[in-house]
Design a protein around this ligand. Structure first.
Ligand code: HGY
Ligand code: MN
Ligand code: MN
Length: 392
């Protein structure tokens, strides 16, 4: 089946009618529908479905054996009002690539697995790539279980609410030790391929990036009867912080985003008692990222905690070389977007990424788009990479 047809099957799941964006948050009804879709795609291809201890989905072709499984996949969850391709394109393309290989009579020697990671965006529970981090043992189980969605529901409670067992979340080394390699196809985020006239590219590296949660405390009071000199208002300090940190990031060629703020009590005529915010920062190297973090920490009156951090990732040179030999015309491009592939690469699993052209470069937006022809080119490239890596 074509990837575009597979994506069409899930196109309405989790789409918000008022924005046309997607709200596919972990362990919600939309997520459950997507997981059922994944399971039905696995079943219709006679793949054996396993839900791992962290809720990640694995659809196997053939018997896994140590160091032998060629895994391909991505994630199903979205940011709030995200696009339809970020994540699901990689999973739909993986199923479509297996179909293409079968239609060509390819008989892979190695076992394969299509993977769907949970909570890659961290849009509900705050930590990016949570499913792959847990599998790789990069976050303590207790810390993961207690992550809250901001409405008093923890990861463990939400997981149990979705019908899964949350008692054994954590490192899944035996499963990861079965992997020969991991390949993630993803829509491009940013504009490198279109200027290069390429429909598909190969990932070279992921910029270091992180998320910091911070608070400014104030004193609730009346907006009208409190003189300006008598106020303890966190908002002006917040405004100065956002301006300072974004200017510092721009100056050094890094990227700083303040996309989420919580104001308490959040009333038009009340001086806030507390402001909670999150900084998402990315940079070409760790030193520059640290400089952005220092700029945030240096703001007067701020209290900062690290929400998640992802060191720079350089994808496996040998694997990338094999992909380059196989697909020499594909540009090799870095990305400043985090991916489960980055987590697996950091955990020592040979990993490579393929990117499908996004002509506008826009992502994390309902405007995100990949042309059907480019999607098919991505499936073709993925099928050839899997065929090569799995041996025939
Ligand atoms: O935020 C990111 O870089 C990715 O989309 N999770
Ligand atoms: Mn994303
Ligand atoms: Mn993604």
């Amino acid at each position: 089946m074509r990837a575009t047809d597979l994506l069409a099957q899930i196109e309405t799941i989790g789409r918000e009618p008022t924005t046309n964006g997607y709200r596919r948050f972990s362990w919600t009804a939309a997520d459950a529908e997507l997981r059922r879709w994944f399971a039905s795609q696995a079943a219709s291809r006679a793949l054996s479905l396993e839900v791992d201890r962290n809720g990640n989905l694995w659809a196997y072709r053939g018997e896994p054996a140590p160091g032998e499984v060629v895994a391909v996949g991505s994630h199903l969850d979205s940011v709030r009002d995200g696009g339809q391709f970020d994540g699901p394109l990689g999973i739909a393309s993986a199923f479509a690539a297996l179909d293409l290989m079968k239609a060509r009579g390819v008989n892979p020697q190695r076992p394969l697995a299509v993977v769907g990671f949970v909570e890659e965006e961290g849009a509900r529970f705050g930590v990016a790539c949570l499913g792959s981090r847990m599998a790789a043992g990069l976050i303590e189980s207790e810390k993961a279980a207690e992550l809250s969605d901001g409405e008093g529901v923890t990861w463990a409670e939400a997981m149990v609410g979705a019908g899964l067992d949350a008692d054994s979340i954590g490192s899944d080394q035996p499963r990861l030790e079965q992997l020969h390699c991991f390949v993630e196809l993803h829509i491009e985020q940013g504009r490198a391929l279109d200027p290069a006239g390429a429909a598909v590219g190969v990932g070279t590296e992921i910029w270091p990036h992180g998320r910091w949660r911070f608070v400014f405390e104030g004193e609730a009071n009346h907006a009208g009867t409190t003189a300006m000199d008598d106020r303890h208002d966190p908002m002006p300090v917040l405004a100065e912080t956002i301006l300072q940190v974004t200017q510092d990031a721009r100056r050094i060629g890094a990227r700083a985003t303040f996309g989420r703020l919580l104001v308490e009590p959040n009333g038009i005529n009340s001086i806030p008692s507390l402001v909670t915010g999150w900084l998402d920062a990315r940079a070409p190297n760790q030193d520059l990222l640290d400089e952005v973090a220092r700029s945030l920490h240096s703001q007067p009156g701020i209290t900062v905690t690290v929400q998640s951090s992802s060191p720079a990732v350089h994808f496996d040179p040998a694997l990338r070389g094999r992909v380059k030999d196989l697909l020499p015309s594909l540009p090799q491009i870095p990305t400043a977007a985090g991916h489960d592939a980055g987590i697996f690469a950091g955990a020592g699993i040979p990993t490579t990424m393929l990117f499908v052209r996004n002509r506008s470069g826009i992502s994390h937006s309902p405007k995100e788009h990949a042309d059907p022809a480019d999607i098919e080119a991505g499936v073709e490239a993925l099928a050839r990479v899997i065929t090569h890596l799995a041996g025939t």
